[in-house]
Design a protein around this ligand. Structure first.
Ligand SMILES: [Zn+2]
Length: 141
């Protein structure tokens, strides 16, 4: 894994406004540090430049691993995962009425939700607690 200079880490965090760029979990409620994700994995030639880095929670980062594509359950096609540097979150995802479940509105969004397990029961419970305290969803994103 490539060394990521502190200045580059800060640039990525600033782009992401200190929230996971996949599931929008913010650093202030995460209970652990957010990590730097290589959008195109290093194992598949991805480099350590701002355009290929995203801020992610450890849950999303762990599930994403070296994935670049996943199955869209509606079309049954392999599609590229959501790319936070090239795509807008709100064009691919939206919150349900309770703001606890992420709904994919495009093949990329649906595939990314499945691949990263973005709606598992534990995170739904956490989002429910955060929302009751007014800390979720992040209003600045
Ligand atoms: Zn996340």
């Amino acid at each position: 894994m490539a060394y990521i200079p502190q200045t580059l880490r800060r640039q990525v965090a600033a782009c992401a406004q200190d929230c996971c760029e996949y599931c929008h979990t913010c650093a202030k409620v995460n209970g652990g540090p957010l990590v730097i994700d290589h959008i195109q994995p290093e194992s598949k030639g991805g480099t350590t430049i701002l355009e290929n880095l995203a801020l992610a929670c450890s849950r999303c980062n762990t599930h994403k691993a070296a994935l670049t594509h996943y199955l869209d359950p509606f079309t049954c096609q392999q599609v590229t995962l959501f790319n936070p540097r090239l795509q807008n979150w709100s064009e691919h995802f939206r919150w349900d009425d309770t703001y606890t479940k992420i709904i994919g509105v495009t093949p990329h969004g649906r595939a990314t939700i499945l691949a990263l397990n973005m709606n598992d029961p534990a995170i739904i419970v956490a989002r429910t607690v955060w929302a009751s305290g007014g800390w979720h969803p992040p209003h600045h994103l």
